[in-house]
Design a binder for this molecule. Sequence first.
Ligand SMILES: CC(C)(COP(=O)(O)OP(=O)(O)OC[C@H]1O[C@@H](n2cnc3c(N)ncnc32)[C@H](O)[C@@H]1OP(=O)(O)O)[C@@H](O)C(=O)NCCC(=O)NCCS
Length: 156
Amino acid sequence: MLIRLYALPEPSRPGGAEFADNTVVRKPIGCEHGLLVAWVQAEFGAGWASEARVALQNRPASLLMAVQGGQPIGFVCYDATARGYVGPIGVQASARGTGIGGELLRAALEEMRTVGYGYAIAGAVGAADFFRRVAGAIEIADSTPGLYAGRLQDRR
Ligand SMILES: CC(C)(COP(=O)(O)OP(=O)(O)OC[C@H]1O[C@@H](n2cnc3c(N)ncnc32)[C@H](O)[C@@H]1OP(=O)(O)O)[C@@H](O)C(=O)NCCC(=O)NCCS
């Protein structure tokens, strides 16, 4: 899906750096990287953990996380699958539906706009309505599987 970074919809609920039960959206510092990647792997699997590692290696890191009570409860990457891509994005199941995913996605897209992108691409979208609602994303014709065609499969 394609996202116009210059025409993002207004948030449907109040957000900000701190919202919803003291949840904070921020970048991890170095000593948090290992714990964060382990959490992504446990919650969402090896592929997303691999993309989180890529995002954390970028300078500046292109990953934001949502933290509640000292624990990660959500994350979003950009420039991880490939340059200009946003995602993966995930919120732990018990915290979904409270605005955290929307806040994470908006934060990542605002950062992409700040660093100079005009558009973002969301690939292999598993929650198209979420991207439509939060970011005004539109389909890109003939782009499935797109970049993911022929990717390595885990046969272990
Ligand atoms: C998709 C995901 C990140 C959304 O996070 P969330 O914290 O539940 O989302 P929010 O509560 O911020 O919802 C934001 C808006 O999107 C809507 N929304 C959220 N998930 C949706 C879905 N799966 N389908 C349609 N709309 C959705 C909400 O209703 C809300 O709309 P509103 O602002 O008008 O009330 C979360 O469900 C998730 O981690 N899913 C599993 C991983 C996944 O599929 N990631 C996307 C891969 S492309």
